[in-house]
Design a binder for this molecule. Structure first.
Ligand SMILES: Cc1cc2nc3c(=O)[nH]c(=O)nc-3n(C[C@H](O)[C@H](O)[C@H](O)COP(=O)(O)OP(=O)(O)OC[C@H]3O[C@@H](n4cnc5c(N)ncnc54)[C@H](O)[C@@H]3O)c2cc1C
Length: 547
C-alpha cells in the first residue's frame, strides 16, 4: 500500500527531547511549537496525520457562541483570538462564514437571550458585525423553511475551515522545517517508564513492521480519544479515566432546492443545537452527542443518529423531501472530553486540560485532553509553557497566499495558470489548498502533461499536487493523498470509478506495477468506506427489501 519507496530509516536508539504521540491537529501543533523552541522533537502517528477526530469535525472555526450559555467566557475569548489569527494567517484555508441563527415559537432559547448573547459575542470579537444576510437570501430561505412555524433570524459571523486536513499538512511541514522528525503509520505501543520517570517510547512502524525504541526527555500524549488507551498500555495507572468520550455524527447531503447559502444554526425538534452548513459543494448536517467509550477506531454513526439528523433537516426544509435515501454518507468522531460521568454531554467544559502524569508515577509525561480545531495553536503554546519552553507566538509568517496570490483575485489565478500551463480552475484549486506554495507546484506541473493532468475527470486538482504530497507532506498511502493532502475524495461526485481512475493516473506517474495498483486501490476503498459510511444506497436497499 505504500505510494513511494520512502526512506523510513529506523529510529532505534535515537534520543529526542520531546516525543509527541498522535498527529491530529493538537499533536502537530505541539510538535511544531516544541521544534520551533529548539527542542529535538519526534512526532508519531499510528495512522495518518489528521485521520482521527480532526477529520470528523464540523470544520467550523468558531468563538463558541454556545459556550457563552455555559459561562465559559475565557474559552470564548481565547477562541475568538485564535479565529482572528487563523483568518489572517491562513486566509486560503480559513474563510469568514455568515451564520443565520434560526428560532421559532417552540424554541427553548428566547429571542431576547439570543440577542444579548450575540451582542456580547460580537463585542468580545472586537469587530463590527458583518453585513446581514440580504433580503433576497432571507426571502429565499423563508420560502424553503417549514411554513408551519414563525421564524426569527439572527445574523452573526464565524469562520469555516473546509479542510482542516490541509491546515494540519501545513503545520506539519512547518514542524519539519523547524527540524522535527515526523512519522505517520508509526504506532506508539507503550511509553517506557522506569523509577517513576519517562525514559522513552516503544514504536511499531506499520509499514515495515519493525519495532523500535527511542529515548524521550518528555512525552506528550496527544492521542485525542485514544489518550487513556496509551496510558493503559504503558501501565500508567490513574484513579479515574481522563476521558469521557462523546460521539458526534454528521450526515452529508447533496445541495437541495432551497438549500441555504449561509450556515444555519438552529434547534432540532428536541431542542439540541444543529448546524446545516454549505461545505465542499455539499450540505453538512450535524451533530449528535452520544456517550461512547468504545474503540475510537471503530466509531460509526448509529442508525438512530442518522435518522435523527435526517428528520431534523427534513422538518426544517420540508419541501426538499429529504429522506435517508438523500444522504450521500455519514461519519462520526469521538469528542475527547474530560471524564465527567455526572454531566450532560453538552454541559461538559470544552476547554482543554493538560494532565500531568507526575502524580501517576510518570514524571515528564503530559496528556492533552479536549480542545478544538480552533484553539489547537494556543493549546500547543500552553503545552510548551508547561514543559518549560518559551511559548512565543510563531511570528506572523506569510503562510497564506498573501495579497498577491489570493485565490479570489483573478490576477493571482492567471499567474499560477501561466506558470503551470494549467486551467484557471486548476490554478484556483492550487491556491486554495496550497497557498503561497501553489507557485512551486505549478512549476512542477509545467514539466509534463502527466503532472498537469487532473487527478480524476471530475476535479481540477492535478497530479503534481499528489507528487508534492508524497515528496513534502509525508503522504504514504493513497488514502493519505486522496482523503487528506489533496482531499478530492471528499468531493460531491467521488465514486469508486473516480478512485480507479485516480489510482491509474497516480500509478502511471509513480511507476506502479499492476499488483501495487490493485493493493493501493483496495486499501483506499476500504479506508474511504470505513470513514464515509454510505447511507443513501443502503437505505434504498432496506426500503426495497421491506416492500
Ligand atoms: C463531532 C465533532 C465535531 C467537532 N466540531 C468542531 C468544530 O466545528 N470546530 C472545532 O474547533 N472543533 C471541533 N471539534 C473538536 C475537534 O475536532 C477536536 O478537538 C480535535 O480535532 C482533536 O484533535 P486531536 O489532535 O486531539 O485528536 P485527533 O485528531 O483524534 O488526533 C489524535 C491522533 O492520535 C493518533 N493515535 C492514537 N493512538 C496512537 C498511538 N498509540 N500511537 C500513535 N498515534 C496514535 C490517532 O490516530 C489520531 O490521529 C469537533 C469534534 C467532534 C467529535
Amino acid at each position: 500500500m505504500v505510494l513511494t519507496a520512502h526512506e523510513r530509516t529506523s529510529l532505534e536508539g535515537r534520543h529526542f527531547q520531546v516525543v509527541v504521540i498522535g498527529g491530529g491537529i493538537n499533536g502537530v501543533a505541539v510538535a511544531r511549537q516544541c521544534a520551533r523552541a529548539g527542542k529535538h522533537t519526534l512526532l508519531v502517528e499510528r495512522n495518518d496525520f489528521a485521520s482521527g477526530v480532526t477529520s470528523r469535525s464540523t470544520r467550523i472555526i468558531h468563538g463558541g457562541l454556545r459556550y457563552l450559555e455555559h459561562g465559559e467566557l475565557g474559552l470564548v475569548r481565547e477562541s475568538l483570538r485564535e479565529r482572528k489569527k487563523l483568518l489572517r494567517e491562513r486566509s486560503h484555508l480559513v474563510h469568514p462564514m455568515h451564520f443565520l441563527l434560526l428560532l421559532n415559537e417552540s424554541s427553548q432559547r428566547s429571542a431576547m437571550k439570543v440577542r444579548a448573547g450575540l451582542w456580547l459575542y460580537q463585542r468580545m470579537a472586537g469587530k463590527p458585525p458583518g453585513a446581514d444576510a440580504s433580503e433576497m437570501e432571507l426571502k429565499r430561505l423563508e420560502r424553503a423553511l417549514d411554513a408551519g412555524h414563525r421564524w426569527s433570524f439572527f445574523n452573526y459571523e464565524d469562520a469555516q475551515c473546509e479542510f482542516p486536513e490541509r491546515l494540519v499538512a501545513e503545520w506539519l511541514m512547518e514542524a519539519v522545517d523547524a527540524s522535527a522528525i515526523v512519522r505517520n503509520h508509526m504506532e506508539a505501543l507503550a511509553v517506557d517508564v522506569a523509577h517513576g520517570r519517562v525514559r522513552g517510547v516503544l514504536l511499531r512502524d506499520q509499514i515495515t513492521g519493525l519495532d523500535q525504541r527511542v529515548g524521550a526527555g518528555w512525552v506528550i500524549n496527544c492521542s485525542g480519544p485514544w489518550a487513556d488507551r496509551v496510558c493503559q498500555r504503558s501501565s500508567i495507572h490513574m484513579a479515574k479515566p481522563m476521558l469521557g468520550g462523546v460521539r458526534g455524527s454528521h450526515i452529508v447531503l447533496p445541495r437541495f432546492p432551497g438549500s441555504p447559502s449561509a450556515a444555519i444554526y438552529t434547534e432540532a425538534a428536541d431542542g439540541r443545537p444543529i448546524f446545516v452548513l454549505p461545505w465542499n459543494d455539499q450540505i453538512l448536517v450535524g451533530t449528535t452527542e452520544v456517550a461512547d467509550n468504545g474503540d475510537p477506531e471503530k466509531t460509526v454513526p448509529a442508525t438512530d443518529e442518522i435518522s435523527y439528523l435526517v428528520r431534523s433537516v427534513a422538518q426544517l426544509f420540508p419541501q426538499a423531501k429529504i429522506s435517508a435515501q438523500s444522504v450521500k454518507h455519514a461519519f462520526a468522531g469521538i469528542r475527547p472530553l474530560p471524564y465527567s460521568p455526572d454531566s450532560r454531554p453538552s454541559a461538559i467544559a470544552r476547554r482543554h486540560i493538560l494532565h500531568d502524569h507526575a502524580d501517576d508515577g510518570a514524571v515528564r509525561m503530559l496528556s492533552v485532553i479536549g480542545g478544538k480545531l480552533t484553539t489547537a495553536a494556543s493549546l500547543a503554546r500552553d503545552c510548551a509553557r508547561k514543559i518549560g519552553l518559551s511559548a512565543t507566538e510563531p511570528h506572523a509568517m506569510a503562510v497564506g497566499p498573501g495579497p498577491a496570490l489570493d485565490p479570489l483575485l483573478d490576477d493571482a489565478v492567471l499567474e499560477i495558470a501561466r506558470i503551470g500551463a494549467v486551467s484557471e480552475d486548476s490554478a484556483r484549486g492550487m491556491l486554495e489548498w496550497h497557498g503561497k506554495r501553489a507557485a512551486g507546484i505549478a512549476r512542477m506541473a509545467c514539466v509534463s502533461a502527466e503532472l498537469r493532468a487532473p487527478i480524476c475527470p471530475h476535479t481540477s486538482h492535478v497530479i503534481a499536487e499528489v507528487v508534492e504530497a508524497c515528496r513534502r507532506e509525508c503522504a504514504v498511502t493513497l488514502g493519505d493523498v486522496l482523503l487528506r493532502r489533496v482531499p478530492v475524495a471528499l468531493g460531491a461526485c467521488w465514486s469508486e470509478s473516480c478512485s480507479r481512475e485516480a489510482a491509474l493516473r497516480i500509478g502511471a506517474v509513480l511507476g506502479w506495477d499492476e499488483h501495487t495498483m490493485g493493493a493501493n486501490l483496495e486499501a483506499f476503498e476500504m479506508e474511504r468506506t470505513a470513514f464515509l459510511r454510505p447511507v443513501g444506497r443502503a437505505a434504498a436497499a432496506m426500503e426495497a427489501a421491506a416492500d
